[in-house]
Ligand binder design. Structure first.
Ligand SMILES: Cc1cc2nc3c(=O)[nH]c(=O)nc-3n(C[C@H](O)[C@H](O)[C@H](O)COP(=O)(O)O)c2cc1C
Length: 332
């Protein structure tokens, strides 16, 4: 007999082609072959973070991930990547089943290009109006991600997005809820509100299979919810997408970086697009410093508020098993 959790997750799991509708959201530098394959092998859905990768690097990463799992996994592409269409072609070459588009409105023709290759498109909807627009343009599923999340964030909390968007959208296409989820009680609540599944990032960073530096993981295990703060915009002319990360020296360096880029903008040395790319390159570099080099003082320790519930290094299989049993208990 199917248990309740499987009934509630069925739509999302069928859509993703996995057992549990639990996605591990793409995390730049962290979501590479090892973590992604471990998630998919454990019955969840792993997503490769393409981030600022070149087409060659993405090609290699997909090839290597496929060697570690025969289960489906997705690829997360950032819409402002200058080689977006070439990256889509790499996904097409590998017959990637799901492409997650992050970082703003997809440029003209990109949705069509992904659908043409036969993949499903998942997009982030930061507001109800956008969710409806995405549905009209043929997106297959949505992630609604609240500001509790780690990494780049929108202004609205997960609980509000879920109340606003799920009743209107959940019967049309699958919606996955993200941001601030670390326990099955929250998963059960969102499933019961109509979510097809959930997406977690922070909770998986300290998995044994995650290649994040031991010092990055230690910072997570030590961190409390209130340490995961959103970056502040210092110049109204330079709209930067806020990033949630653990407070450190790197947080302050971002303020200096914004000043530097705002000056370049003033002097006409860069346009707004270039200014925003410059900011994104800063984050990619700062995150690499912390995740790969373990420089948790100067690098960016992107983490969601749920970091306070990450208590130890565990295997992906154990994390998913715990989430499942907590969800089941909450439903019962
Ligand atoms: C270290 C880190 C890096 C991230 N990088 C990306 C990314 O490259 N692309 C993306 O779409 N989301 C990124 N995210 C967001 C996650 O995919 C996921 O949606 C988020 O972590 C969910 O919220 P949670 O952290 O509260 O679980 C990142 C999150 C973290 C913690």
């Amino acid at each position: 007999m199917t248990s309740n959790i499987d009934t509630l997750m069925k739509r999302g799991a069928d859509f993703l082609g996995c057992e549990s509708a639990i996605m591990c959201g793409a995390m730049s530098w962290v979501s590479e072959r090892n973590l992604v394959s471990a998630i998919s092998n454990a019955g969840g859905f792993g997503v490769i973070a393409c981030g600022a990768m070149t087409t060659e690097l993405l090609d290699t990463e997909i090839t290597e991930t496929k060697k570690l799992t025969d289960k489906p996994f997705g690829v997360n592409l950032i819409t402002m990547h200058p080689d977006l269409f070439d990256l889509i072609a790499v996904c097409a070459k590998h017959k990637v089943s799901h492409v997650v588009l992050a970082g703003g409105l997809p440029p003209k023709g990109s949705l069509e290009a992904i659908k043409e290759m036969g993949a499903k498109v998942i997009a982030f909807a930061p507001a109800l109006a956008l969710a409806k627009k995405f549905i009209r343009s043929g997106v297959d599923a949505l992630v609604i991600e609240g500001m509790e999340a780690g990494g780049h964030i929108g202004p609205v909390s997960t609980s509000v997005l879920a109340q606003e968007i799920l009743p209107e959208i959940a019967d049309k296409i699958p919606v996955f809820v993200a941001g601030g989820i670390a326990k099955g009680s929250a998963i059960a609540a969102y499933l019961e509100m109509g979510a097809a599944g959930v997406q977690l990032g922070t909770r998986f960073v300290c998995a044994h299979e995650s290649i994040a530096h031991p010092d990055f993981k230690k910072a997570f295990i030590r961190g409390n919810a209130r340490d995961a703060v959103a970056s502040v915009q210092i110049d109204p002319r330079l709209p930067v997408i806020p990033v949630r990360a653990l407070k450190n020296k790197g947080t302050e360096e971002f303020t200096a970086k914004q000043r530097e880029v705002a000056n370049l903008l003033d002097e006409g040395k860069v346009d707004m697009n270039e200014a925003q790319l410059e900011i994104e390159h800063f984050w990619a570099g700062a995150l690499r410093k912390a995740v790969i080099d373990g420089d948790v003082e100067n690098g960016s320790i992107m983490a969601g508020q749920s970091v306070g519930m990450v208590k130890a290094e565990e295997s992906v299989a154990d994390i998913i098993a715990t989430l499942r049993s907590e969800t089941q208990a909450a439903i019962a």
